[in-house]
Write a protein that binds this ligand. Structure first.
Ligand code: XUL
Ligand code: CO
Length: 439
């Protein structure tokens, strides 16, 4: 097998002063931050679909990037060439994990039995490479949104036959995830949502999605999958309204259908902002509900307002993401998957590496700054003091549930007029953040 990314060296850490575009400035894999190496804290993953399949096609023009890797696109040879490219890429950039959809790995055939045969062959080859190169699978999933049959959704489709196809794809994608020793299995809503309530039975569709997920859990546990199932919330795109709108909506759905013991959430930065939330908000809501599973590491462009899947660049966002993750005790079966792609004008193979260098450095710096913020202690101390009125007296009784509306009303009457709340001091706290970030 010949080298695909010719001229690209092993990407090494050179430090913040380095001006070498093909070197890490902050990501130093063996450096220990908050008790673990960066490599262990960050668990970066390559998304097969963006890195090895996406060429930059958009509504106005075809692809700009050549991802043929020396083979004819759409053939099995191409599928195998993508494996070679993917493993060479992961090795050179120093990423340990990858994530995949079933049909990222092989071209889909007209008959599902043929597609599955192709999947067997290509996944055998991937497994060989994983063993030889020590690479791991973070999570797998099935693409239940691209093919015409999923125009009305998969689990939410009005067609029971389509539902069967979704089940078949999940079954096979789980088989492969288990074969790879994958630690997660993702359900991203894809087209699980609606365009119009005029033709949609929302309750019926949500019940069916839950049934499909329940069958996936039963099957997965039956074949030895011990990792986490994840829902990846997204409010819209491709559907006008998607059922897994945001973290809170998804948690409610999982609890409603008794799936919350097997599922956690995979939070994607760009999906959070599409939902009108910050990335940190979605992480916090997941964490306080014990549902923080994994992260799709990217960022959107607020001026564009759609799912642009850019490589992470905003250090405030990566810092607050790592702040939430560190405070939650880390990601157990999850990691940081670069569900991110180069901009269409960044079309060279070298740009693929530069995208990952940007993303990995942005998160490495975010990890360093998050750890500094936590160790600085001023944010925690302020927040703790802010609720001090609940540590004793009537406040403590409210917290322990040992009071009543009558007692509280009597206390208010005794006070006569409302107490003044303390200042939120947001501007002071933002200055604290800046002094830690740039001090
Ligand atoms: C789509 C998206 C997906 C999921 C996997 O917005 O994020 O790539 O991560 O299906
Ligand atoms: Co994603």
């Amino acid at each position: 097998m010949s080298e695909i990314f010719k001229g690209i060296p092993q990407i090494e850490y050179e430090g913040a002063k380095s001006r070498n575009p093909l070197a890490f400035k902050y990501y130093d894999p063996e450096k220990v931050v908050a008790g673990k190496t960066m490599r262990e804290q960050l668990r970066f993953a390559m998304a097969w679909w963006h890195n090895l399949c996406a060429t930059g096609t958009d509504m106005f023009g075809s692809g700009t990037a050549d991802k043929s890797f020396g083979a004819e696109p759409g053939t099995l040879d191409h599928a195998l060439a993508k494996v070679d490219a993917g493993f060479e890429f992961m090795e050179k950039i120093g990423v340990d994990y990858f994530c995949f959809h079933d049909i990222d790995l092989v071209p889909e055939a007209g008959d599902i039995k043929e597609t599955n045969k192709r999947l067997d062959e290509v996944s055998d080859y991937i497994l060989e490479k994983m063993k030889a190169m020590g690479k791991k699978n973070l999570w797998g999933t099935a693409n239940m949104f691209s093919n015409l049959r999923y125009a009305n959704g998969a689990g939410s489709s009005n067609s029971a036959d389509v539902f069967c196809f979704a089940a078949a794809q999940i079954k096979k994608a789980l088989d492969i995830t288990v074969k790879f020793g994958g630690q997660g299995y993702v359900f991203w809503g894809g087209r699980e949502g609606y365009e119009s309530l005029l033709n949609t039975d929302v309750k019926f569709e949500q019940e069916n999605i839950a049934k499909l997920m329940r069958m996936a859990v039963d099957y997965g546990r039956g074949i030895g999958f011990t990792g986490d199932f994840f829902i990846e919330p997204k409010p819209k795109e491709p559907m006008k309204h998607q059922y897994d709108f945001d973290a809170a909506t998804s948690i409610c759905f999982l609890r409603q259908y008794g799936l919350d013991k097997d599922f956690k959430l995979n939070i994607e930065a760009n999906h959070a902002t599409l939902a009108g939330h910050t990335f940190q908000h979605e992480l916090r809501i997941s964490a306080i509900n014990g549902m923080l599973g994994s992260v799709d590491a990217n960022q959107g462009d607020l001026l564009l307002g759609w799912d642009t899947d850019e490589f992470p660049f905003n250090i405030y966002d990566t810092t607050f993401c790592m702040y939430e993750i560190l405070k939650a005790g880390g990601l157990k079966n999850g990691g940081l998957n670069f569900d991110a792609k180069n901009r269409r004008p960044s079309w060279t193979h070298e740009d693929m590496f530069k995208g990952f260098i940007l993303g990995m450095d942005s998160f490495a710096l975010g990890l360093i700054k998050a750890d500094e913020l936590i160790r600085d202690g001023r944010l925690d101390e302020f927040t703790e003091n802010r609720y001090a009125s609940y540590s004793s007296g009537i406040g403590a009784k409210i917290r322990s549930g040992e009071t009543s509306l009558e007692e509280l009303a009597a206390r208010a009457e005794e006070l006569g007029a409302p107490a003044q709340p303390s200042s939120g001091e947001q501007e002071y706290l933002q200055s604290v953040v800046n002094s830690v970030m740039f001090g």
